[in-house]
Design a protein. Structure first.
Lengths: 405, 405, 405
């Protein structure tokens, strides 16, 4: 067995028991029509790789075809070898393609050979022990031909708070009707959640009035308070629909978009160190019947997240997102969650993956770190290995499955 | 010996030498007339347990009597088993009641049997090696019949900054006179400190003018600056009295009250991730002759706290409060304090306990974590075990005793 | 071999291979005319020692001569023994003066004997394996007699943002000419960098207009926005000169000056917990051709720093500064950097030393902690020892040498 990351005998023992646990993945960006890779560049053009390479001089302008893309990224791989994405890639190569990542051409060809076989997706699902996968979808998307056994849509409402006129109508009433109609369509295809990543300057204002004339001008307005009022009203509409339709409402807090101007696509977003979850706490007060899986992207909110799961009956601490999806960040955030809040209020992990091949790699990385953390509790005689495994099973599988079913 | 939490031979060796050290507890919420439990519900109705249970569906409405309360909380205990409060409970059960916490009725009855014996408090004190205990008292409290050998009051001034008219009079002069009179009364009963947990929107303004008409309106005013001015003046009065009476002035920084609206009693308070101790730094500048034991509730202030103890001659880094009173939070904050500031500027720990039975459990938890941290220094050949034990004794016992005597 | 701090066999093995690596120190405060100690007080009057002693009652008023200074600081040393400065002092005593720090007089005399020998500096350089040293210099400094083989100046521009009239002239044009003239003078003496530590209230405003009348009044203005505009324009001038002269532009973010009023010299500065690097991100957007080694002083910016190195092609995560130059702070920041960003975007360390004797001590401390961190990666089977050593060499020596040459 590959023992990477696992720090002790106890960690190994725990990992051994959880590594083949089924995956119920509550947040991904897979395309349901083409959920797997077509070639190696599909994986390596993921911004996690291109942005790191870019920071060392790589440019997408150099890339004329997928072979060249892979070759160029591989040139920058050695300098990424302490990062989480490198680990994922190495594991995918080994597990799914039975090769390593020393030679770009070998990797490219191994991928090509494999993914072209007719039952590739089936193989990925079986090897990964994938049970179900949440998609992330714009309100205007359609789902013809979706495999409803495997996938379920998530109603991603970000365009709403960006005042996108594909979802924001002339009045709050019309917007509400439109949202409900679309949500019903989503539910017809098995939708199990609404999700939003609020703009970083958003402060929730409870009981904001529904001023229709402000709604029309919000997109153009420079007035922060007015925008917050309109956004708060729109968010309240969503929350009310969640209550009515009995859907959990995922909140992904703290990302700041489009900071770096010369970035590769999607490589310009950051976290912000000085934010507080308290600025959105009244969303949870105002909607006690809605379950909120809550995610953060900056470690400075780690303690707040644990407190929210400990106190609010309707908030769950969910996953390890983006820049905190790394070994030491998961470890220290997970410890805070376990020490401050009950494990039944956790959704252990989701992959946030763009292709299906990444799901297992990211889950496996997380499970290794989680095994280390629980092994510490075993070594400190606070849990037995069996208890640790049972808690992990509840956090990582049963709770997400219960909430998103 | 129970080896829980202790991570190494060296930690065990250190713990062995400090576990029976006398406890001089500089901050508790004990009631001097009834400092011990009457039954198990007295302990389990503590918000640390009820709020976690509430987050999983528990409601106080279900609780008709103390037996039922205990039974209900016990149903939620398994899901708390990685938290600090669970550890305290388990330790109390074992140490004081010679039982475990698998069966609620057994625990309930074991408590009943023990606490009804006439010398229960004496037994708790002896078993816990308690030397003296600070109380926390509103300015209007009286102390008839207090055991002055064991307890000493703390003048808790929070109502002052809330403009409570039981302490805030018509003018600053009258308020000052009233405070001094009450403080003298407190000192007659052995009061050794003033304490305050400032409102989270408080920013100290040095040399704020004493505007008596603003004072009268502050409670109603929406103007943040005006409120801060009045509060700063009131706080300056307190600090001047501390100087005159030679009392240390405890500042407990960073709690944010009443955020969660549907909470169990006292289960609605949080920390805030984006605050800075610099916003109150001038309190310490303005009162160089007053000693300030300073506590924080958010880990994001850990480094600032260590810096304040390193630079300000009159500031001590004090305890591990509330949501940071957990294993990994203590460990990382303690390391920062030891690396940045001299250990003579530390007050190791206080229990913040509501019943006397909790004091030892919380101190013992802390001492185990502290043993781990110092064991690391021993293993890194920076201290011998004897040096570690000596430093711990100064931090945890001698310094608090010196300052609060 | 002295095994202090080193936590495992693997750490020892790594350290063994890096401990004599040449030092290319990109940030110090050495005086080129007198880079070494004259006596022990030269070292102990460094604010790192005096400020900690001051926090326990030490006053510079007590110090009539250098002997007495050393004696007084030594009285306070035992209480500093868990701090980083204590470790440095202990190591200097042992390595350079072949004594310990139990007896102040012995130390004082051992220093005296050694530093008075004619080839002392040569010995320090050889023992420390020092290759080159960056100085930090005000724009008006001169460099007659500087040893250009060993030292190179850094153009420290802090006075510019303080509106010091020795550098800020009547118009932006005149200021620019003056800066260029001075920078050319610096470059004549081998200057390899511009550096600035922006005021803590600075927020960079892109494309700020160059309003000459605002420039003249900025120093007196209470208007934050106006100040930020003028400062942004001045900073843009510097950045443009960096581009033209191909100099890296070091940004040292987050220090807050002159908070504690009764401090020893330089002992009144703090970090601030609630800041964000996003407030200066547009500096990096606006100057893509300039390389920015970026340093932080608060651990709350750790993740942001790693993200900046991961995304911005022109930003390097640089060193471990001031209050984060401690064991646990280095460890946790370094892990974040390695997990989030590629190691080629790191400048491992600089000493920030005031006398040459401190350089090795601080580098050695850092290298020990770094060895622990990389040993964890070796133990987790993610790197071999050889790979770890190679990465360390690139981070700590090759990259800083390349950028500052």
């Amino acid at each position: 067995m590959n023992e990477k990351i696992l720090r002790s005998e106890e960690a190994l023992e725990i990992y051994e028991q959880i590594r083949e646990m089924p995956i119920f993945d509550v947040h991904t960006h897979l395309r349901y029509k083409k959920p797997c890779m077509s070639n190696a560049w599909d994986l390596l053009s993921y911004h996690y790789f291109t942005e790191i390479a870019h920071s060392m001089g790589f440019s997408l302008d150099e890339v004329k075809d997928s072979e060249e893309g892979v070759k160029k990224i591989f040139e920058h791989l050695p300098a990424m070898r302490t990062t989480a994405p490198y680990f994922w890639l190495e594991q995918i190569a080994k597990k799914l393609f039975d090769c390593d990542i020393r030679d770009w051409r070998e990797f490219y060809e191994r991928v090509e050979q494999n993914v072209s076989s007719g039952d590739w997706m089936k193989k990925v699902i079986e090897t990964s022990h994938i049970e179900r996968i949440a998609l992330t979808n714009n309100p205007w998307e359609s789902f013809e031909g979706i495999d409803k056994e495997l996938f379920f849509p998530t109603f991603r409402a970000d365009p709403l708070l960006k005042f996108d006129n594909r979802v924001v109508k002339d009045t709050f009433e019309e917007t509400e009707s439109f949202l409900e109609e679309r949500m019903n369509y989503f539910i017809g295809y098995g939708c199990k959640a609404v999700a939003i990543s609020p703009p970083d300057d958003f402060v929730y204002i409870p009981s904001a009035s529904r001023n229709n004339s402000a709604l029309k001008e919000a997109a153009l307005s420079a007035n922060a308070k007015e925008k917050n009022e309109v956004r708060s009203s729109l968010l309240s509409i969503l929350a009310a629909l969640c209550r009515e339709k009995k859907l959990p409402f995922e909140i992904m807090f703290g990302s700041v978009r489009d900071i770096y101007k010369r970035c590769v696509p999607e490589g310009g977003d950051f976290s912000r160190a000085n934010t507080s979850l308290l600025d959105i706490a009244d969303i949870f007060n105002d909607n006690p019947e809605v379950i909120f899986p809550l995610s953060i992207v900056s470690f400075t909110n780690d303690q707040e997240l644990a407190e929210f799961a400990r106190l609010f009956a309707n908030v769950y601490a969910s996953g390890h997102w983006w820049f905190t999806n790394t070994e030491s960040a998961i470890e220290s955030s997970l410890k805070k969650r376990l020490e401050v809040s009950p494990y039944k209020k956790h959704i252990g992990y989701y992959s946030d993956a763009y292709t299906m091949e990444l799901i297992w790699a990211k889950f496996d990385f997380y499970r290794r770190v989680e095994s280390n953390v629980f092994a510490d509790l075993v070594r400190e005689k606070r849990l037995t290995v069996d208890e640790a495994v049972e808690i992990i099973r509840i956090r990582d599988y049963e709770t997400p499955k219960r909430i998103f079913s």
